[in-house]
Ligand binder design. Structure first.
Ligand code: IVH
Length: 694
């Protein structure tokens, strides 16, 4: 053999070997060679490619990490939208689901369900063109995602190319979840800690943060995995069932959880649960074909018991009608398939001890008690503090320092103390009372009759000033993106700023006096303060931090008054006349503007060059002049939708009344939907809404 031909053969052999060892290491957890031996194979391949660049195969493992970081992620529309799942929380809900499926199919026959764990990571779509991995797209809003191809290519378990047999497929899209195994997450956090880098709260956040790295070299160092569970667009592939699809995916070398018959799954799961051995091999045949909803419910219960022993975090199971023909017949309702259901698990609880209760002071002067607890794992996350909200809450739960408590965390929600175990209360534990004076400035705190919150009434309290400034610069307010919470604290502590308008007087020299600020960073900060001057009236009103004036109210005030000047002059009557503005809100607005200091501050802000972009309002759109209320979960953020509605000349209402023209209702819409039905208000789903505003 000639030397080039020999090199080529060796290259193919090395690629084959590396793939073989990758599979043993990542999928079977049974490596046959040491890391060093593996690295040698990799280095040999790299050498061949460097000597003869024409030999670099597109699917070579060396091609997983490109050289250059990206500036930003490009967006791309999904060929087929990536939708959501309906949620169930108990067997009764699941029975009802089965009933709807049967009704939809017009048959009482037993339905076959493909059941699998609901993986707690982030959804991803892989796009193979002619057998090559050509794109990886995040879910985004379901319709448009971000291309994170370079980062996803670093996931060693994903084939860069499909086997020969499948390379004729012009387009093959497959979806799944990107996640981090629990063990890899722990190791990553240890590494991050040692390197003085930030640690992640849970595997999901670590996976999401890694996928969003603009530098693929960083992503490559993160132990990401992906498990596939659904087809995207697969125009040239004929498949009849979900189980067939998954077995084809596995044949293609794509990682997907193996599937058993329910009987075999049950046997294996029960044996696994019985074995007491600490070193038991992870249980990974986690999907099952269930005949009828009863089996599917047993599957759900078994997975719930296996949950803590699984290598990754899950938050439930997913049941899918196995037959694709039946799926098609059932179709979709709003954003969810009628043929699938998520069986969610109850949030996780843990017990720990309250070591202290501290009091924080917020933007509005509110004194918030926070329980500091012995760190405890709840649903894979270490929890060490929980808000106790206010004195009433403390009284109601009767939480005391030294108490043993039950903590709960539901999804991403902030941990909460749900109950005190009074049998474990130390004799010395006394009821906790909020202080009579602000813990930050020492001025008297007061509790208004009929309100639950105790407040520091000193408008110049350093805590109030600091929190107000944080709000002012935040993303949805003035959006000074280079000023984070830490910097604001530093600036306030250094007496550089006290009021909002002080920000606009800052010079680069001022910023250079702060610790860790250099030429470049101070320039960036000044530039971002400057850029924030281009704002909008609603954002400006919101940023002032007037009590009860959230984004929605700010939007309404802006459209009613048109300028800060006329808003300042508004009296109680004018304000309460506006639909959606109640007496409490009106009073708070009038009170804020009655303070000469506040008015002076606003003048200073306006004189510092803040300008309001007038969003062009289309007067002749289909919905101009109409009032639309938005509720439920929708493919776009609630605020974005409201901004969009306002930009079309309509009003975004906050509650349903006779004056409401439409209710745009997403998933899990609640009382607003009932109210609209009661009043005969026209109800739109997302598709109908898009149709209307088209
Ligand atoms: S199927 C039409 N299967 O759940 C819905 N989704 O609530 C197709 N998820 O965004 C999704 N595990 O990120 C499916 N085994 C599984 C899943 C799963 C987790 C996530 C997915 C999706 C969300 C929907």
């Amino acid at each position: 053999m000639s030397k080039p031909a020999k090199n080529e053969a060796r290259r193919d052999e090395l690629i084959e070997l590396i793939r073989y060892h990758d599979n043993l290491y990542y999928n079977a957890d049974t490596p046959e060679i040491t890391d060093r031996e593996y690295d040698k194979l990799y280095a040999e391949l790299k050498k061949i490619e460097e000597d003869q660049p024409s030999l670099v195969r597109e699917d070579s493992p060396t091609q997983r990490v490109p050289g250059q970081p990206l500036d930003k992620f490009e967006k791309q529309t999904h060929t087929l939208p990536m939708l959501s799942l309906q949620n169930s929380f108990d067997a009764e809900d699941l029975m009802a689901f089965d009933g709807r499926v049967k009704k939809g199919l017009g048959s009482e026959d037993v339905v076959e369900y493909y059941c699998e764990p609901k993986l707690d990571g982030l959804a991803m779509e892989l796009i193979y063109r002619n057998g090559r991995l050509s794109g990886a797209l995040t879910r985004g809003d379901g319709y448009e995602g971000e291309l994170v191809t370079e980062n996803v290519k670093t996931i060693r378990t994903l084939p860069l190319a499909l086997p020969e047999k499948w390379q004729h497929l012009e387009l093959f899209e497959i979806r799944g979840e990107v996640l981090m195994l629990k063990k890899d997450f722990g190791a990553l956090n240890d590494l991050q800690q040692d390197a003085g880098q930030k640690t992640f709260a849970n595997p999901r956040n670590a996976a999401a943060g890694s996928i969003r790295q603009l530098d693929p070299a960083i992503a490559a160092g993160r132990p990401l995995r992906m498990f596939c569970y659904a087809p995207g667009s697969t125009p040239n592939l004929s498949v009849e069932t979900q189980s067939e699809f998954i077995s084809i995916a596995r044949e293609m070398g794509l990682p997907a959880l193996a599937c058993l018959s329910f009987a075999d799954f049950k046997k294996a799961a029960e044996a696994f649960l019985k074995s007491k051995s600490k070193t038991k091999k992870p249980f990974t045949n986690l999907s099952a074909i269930c005949s009828g909803i009863e089996e599917a419910i047993s599957y759900y219960e078994l997975i719930q018991r296996l949950r803590h022993d699984l290598p990754f975090e899950i938050d439930g199971v997913v049941m899918k009608v196995n037959s694709y023909a039946a799926q098609e017949e059932l179709g979709f309702v709003s954003r969810c398939p009628r043929w699938a259901m998520a069986g969610k698990f109850e949030p996780e609880k843990a017990t720990t001890q309250v070591e202290d209760i501290i009091v924080q002071v917020g933007r509005t002067g509110a004194l918030t008690p926070v329980a500091i607890m012995k760190p405890v794992q709840v649903g894979g996350v270490t929890v060490s503090n929980a808000t106790l909200h206010n004195q009433d809450e403390i009284d109601r739960k009767d939480v005391r320092i030294g108490d043993t408590v039950w903590v709960q965390r539901a999804g991403d929600v902030i941990p909460e103390i749900i109950e005190v175990d009074k049998s474990k209360r130390p004799k010395s534990a006394k009821p906790f009372l909020l202080p009579e004076n602000c813990p930050v400035c020492g001025e008297p705190a007061e509790k208004v009759e009929g309100e639950v919150v105790t407040r520091c009434t000193n408008p110049t309290c350093p805590a109030v000033v600091r929190e107000g400034l944080k709000h002012f610069v935040s993303k949805r307010a003035m959006n000074v993106d280079k000023l984070g919470d830490k910097l604001i604290e530093q600036m306030v502590d250094a007496d550089l700023i006290e009021t909002f308008s002080d920000l606009y007087k800052l010079t680069q020299k001022d910023i250079l006096t702060l610790e860790r600020q250099g030429k470049k960073s101070s320039e960036n900060i000044i530039a971002s303060i400057e850029a924030s001057k281009k704002s909008t009236l609603p954002k400006f009103i919101y940023s002032l931090g007037i009590r009860f004036v959230g984004e929605q109210t700010a939007r309404i005030l802006a459209s009613e008054f048109g300028s800060v000047e006329s808003l300042q002059e508004a009296n109680l009557d004018q304000l309460t006349e506006i639909n959606d503005i109640g007496p409490k809100v009106a009073e708070s607005i009038v009170k804020a503007f009655s303070k000469p200091k506040f008015r002076k501050e606003i003048n200073k802000l306006l004189n510092s060059g803040i300008e309001f972009e007038t969003t062009e309002v289309k007067q002749n759109s289909q919905i101009s002049g109409k009032t639309i209320v938005v509720t439920g979960t929708l493919p776009m953020g609630r605020n974005e939708i409201k901004d969009y509605i306002t930009s079309l000349g309509a009003k975004a209402g906050s509650s349903v009344s006779k004056k409401t023209d439409y209710l745009l209702a997403g998933d899990s819409a609640g009382s607003k939907l009932d109210k609209a039905q009661e009043l005969g208000v026209e109800i739109l789903n997302w598709e109908q809404f898009l149709e209307l505003v088209k």
